[in-house]
Design a protein around this ligand. Structure first.
Ligand code: GLN
Length: 269
């Protein structure tokens, strides 16, 4: 069986590409890290891949708002290619800065197929500063999202200054109606955070941490699944190991974040 080809974008301040490529490789993808200019100049073509990831970082130093310039570059240089990529069944993943990019270029929430329109925003965290912490998340079993399929709850790290998800009420209703919300911030008790800080680290409306498009193949999220690729990434991994040992079990060595990437790769198998 040939391996699923994935393209992880690099350039202009994106800084999670190595880790993201590593996570995708572990779950069986054939990964290439490709600079934005190589795509824009058609040295590399999106059509040759099945998974396209815009990962985390600080593209253009967050000037003009995080993900704004990268979003515009992609929209104007590669908008048609991106739309064709989605229409042909490809998977697009935006992580943190990548989520901000997908939202700014209008690929998410993607209410109307073939129309790139910005409908939602990721804005400054309510707390007024950059947050670097782990969060509890709950999935949405009713969502068509390929990435989060089967994920009821997951812990992942966030690190961002502009992660507050914002949308007007009518847009929120549309997202909810179509089950496009894929992940919400929750408390340690597994219930939605209800806006409470720091469970909801940025003040996102409706505790929204990630959304998908109506096809379920374009998804964006603020937390970093690539940064939980091994059990030792978790801040309490030694404690978990000890608790498992005492109960006569073995703690899973794989980081839970890999589930999302495995879902993407398995979609093509
Ligand atoms: N980790 C990231 O991708 C951060 C995204 C963006 N630079 C922000 O601070 O909001």
């Amino acid at each position: 069986m040939s391996r699923v080809k994935a393209l992880v974008l690099t350039g202009f301040g994106l800084n999670c590409d190595l880790e993201t490529a590593y996570a995708l490789t572990i779950v069986g993808a054939d990964v290439e890290r490709v600079h934005l200019n190589s795509l824009a100049q058609r040295e590399k073509r999106l059509a040759d891949y099945r998974i396209f990831v815009v990962g985390g970082g600080f593209s253009w130093g967050d000037d003009h708002g995080a993900g704004v310039i990268m979003g515009m570059r992609l929209k104007h240089r590669l908008g048609d290619d991106l739309q064709a990529f989605v229409a042909s069944g490809g998977i697009v993943i935006g992580i943190c800065n990548g989520f901000q990019v997908l939202v700014n270029l209008g690929l998410l929430p993607g209410f109307e197929p073939g129309v790139l329109k910005r409908e939602v925003a990721l804005i400054n965290n309510d707390c007024g500063n950059f947050r670097d912490q782990w969060v509890n998340l709950i999935g949405n079993a009713a969502s068509p999202c390929v990435l989060t399929e089967g994920i009821e709850a997951i812990e992942l790290p966030v690190r961002h200054g502009e992660g507050k998800f914002f949308a007007e009420t009518d847009v929120l209703e549309r997202l909810e109606r179509r089950q496009q919300v894929i992940l919400r911030y929750a408390g340690a008790d597994g219930k939605v955070a209800g806006g409470a800080f720091p469970a909801n680290p940025n003040g996102s409306v409706a505790d929204i941490a990630g959304i998908c498009d109506p096809t379920g193949r374009v998804a964006g999220l603020m937390p970093h699944p690539e940064a939980f690729n091994d059990w030792t990434n978790h801040p309490e991994w030694t404690r978990k190991r000890e608790l498992a040992r005492r109960s006569g079990t073995v703690a899973p060595r794989e980081g839970e974040g890999l589930k999302l990437f495995r879902n993407a790769v398995n979609y093509f198998r």
